[in-house]
Ligand binder design. Structure first.
Ligand code: SF4
Length: 451
């Protein structure tokens, strides 16, 4: 296993992990590389090209702005969304970019930031190429990166060798399949969260794991609070009205858990669509589901506490690792089943564990949740992460709770294993036409007129 829970839950900005967070990381990484190889101050021009799904829907996902901020050295986990937007306006107004934050050079967006709507790079639907040239027009450096979902970025050399992430850490309880995960639990007599925690200790101490996860939980809560406070229309031109604040006001004297879960998810995904600070869980498009179900746990499950929050996230993380390693969490690779489906499955598993489920029941919860997201296409209207994404997160959050409760009613034995569902998801994604994979060229994206 090469992925840890903090790879799956990371703080970033909206609206898209693959189209905003990943491109910012790629641009920042290129800038860091120029600094490392000593050429940054010789650069006279830098050009960024976006391909495939990034080229087709990048404008709606804020990819150009993310690239500009990344070239200036910003990172998704620390960039201030409001100040970042202002800075992009300054770059466009002045025609000057601060490469790496300290090397000023002319930048003409029309010439230097190109979105190829119909061209793709060979290895992945989300490709970026950066080229730096010197005063004499000669190329100083060039690099290709792929944003492979969930904010993960690999460079050209890593594709194929390890499409996930180059991390050679050896963990004590490795697992690559759901069956192996259950075996680890049985052998060590641990819950799924216990196996995941044992592996996390390869990277950091238990107190740091706990503090880190509780900090992620804090950002999730802030995101819900922000979403419940902000009103108006979402950016991008679709004129989608934010609903969470109104719903929050309407629910103050009501205690229907499903209404609240819907609210929590809407709040997060509206913040995401507005380019706000969110937790990638495991992607931005599906960022509302894990927080909504965690809020359900914290608010409606008697005895809920911080230990439970940590166990929930570790369990959800273990399921996320399986999806990342065996199928995909990228809408551009396998459609929305990879984003909303994976998040739904992770949340169902997390909830099942903190409600007292055995490892088999938790695996069953993850399986049920994914089984009923199979085949879900990615067809965002206008290429914006708004319709169907925002409501889809709310529906999937309720589905995750239902899946957990169904699994807890059984004894853990079930007909379809999580491994079989993941295999089906991978194959369905492979068969899915490209137009349904985050290109905004199929489904709702072409059947609803933008106004
Ligand atoms: S439809 Fe699903 S995969 Fe596509 S952008 Fe929306 S949430 Fe992401």
């Amino acid at each position: 296993m090469t992925i840890g829970v903090f790879d799956l839950f990371s703080v970033g900005i909206g609206p898209s992990s693959s189209h905003t967070v990943g491109p910012m990381r790629a641009a920042q990484r290129f800038t860091a590389r120029l600094r490392e190889n000593g050429s940054i101050f010789k650069v006279n021009r830098v050009k960024a090209e976006l391909f495939g799904s990034l080229g087709a829907t990048g404008h709606g996902h804020g990819s150009p702005n993310a690239v500009l901020l990344g070239l200036e050295g910003h990172r998704p986990e620390s960039v201030d969304p409001v100040a970042g937007a202002q800075r992009v306006g300054e770059i466009e107004g002045s025609g000057l970019l601060r490469l790496g934050g300290d090397h000023v050079l002319p930048f003409d967006g029309a010439r230097d930031l190109v979105l190829h709507r119909r061209k793709s790079l060979p290895e992945h639907p989300n490709g970026l190429r950066f080229t730096a040239t010197g005063n004499d027009g000669g190329e100083l450096d060039s690099a290709v990166y792929y944003s492979v979902g969930g904010g993960f970025v690999v460079d050209e050399g890593a594709v194929g060798a390890d499409r996930v992430k180059a991390d050679e850490t050896t963990v004590p309880m490795p697992f690559n399949t759901g069956a192996e995960l259950l075996l680890r639990c049985e052998d060590a007599d641990l819950p799924i969260s216990g196996v995941m925690l044992a592996n996390e200790l390869s990277w950091r101490e238990e107190s740091a794991v706990r503090a880190g996860l509780l900090d992620i939980w804090r950002v999730m809560r802030e995101c819900v609070d922000n979403g419940c406070g902000n009103t108006g229309e979402l950016p991008g031109g679709l004129k989608v009205r934010r609903r969470a604040a109104e719903l929050a006001a309407a629910l103050t004297d009501q205690d229907d858990p499903m209404e609240w879960v819907t609210l929590f998810a809407l709040a997060v995904n509206e913040e995401n669509a507005a380019g706000g600070r969110v937790v990638t869980a495991p992607t931005n498009g599906a960022a509302g589901i894990v927080p909504a179900v965690l809020h359900y746990y914290a608010r409606f499950v008697p005895g809920a506490d911080e230990d439970g929050v940590v166990r929930f996230m570790l369990t959800a993380g273990a399921i996320g690792v399986l999806f990342k390693e065996n199928a995909s969490i990228s809408g551009a690779e396998v459609g929305c089943q990879g984003e909303v489906g994976s998040a739904c499955s992770m949340a169902a598993a997390g909830l099942a564990e903190v409600l007292g489920g055995t490892p088999s029941q938790v695996e069953n919860a993850a399986e049920i949740a994914m089984e009923h997201n199979l085949g879900l296409t990615c067809d965002p209207i206008g290429g914006l992460v708004q319709i169907p994404c925002i409501e889809r997160n709310a529906v999937a959050s309720v589905k995750a709770i239902t899946a957990a409760r169904m699994a807890l009613r059984g004894n853990g034995t079930h007909f379809v294993s999580l491994d079989k569902v993941m295999k089906t998801m991978r194959e369905t994604g492979r068969d899915m036409k490209v137009k349904y994979k985050e290109t905004a060229r199929g489904g709702l994206a072409v059947n609803v007129i933008e106004c």
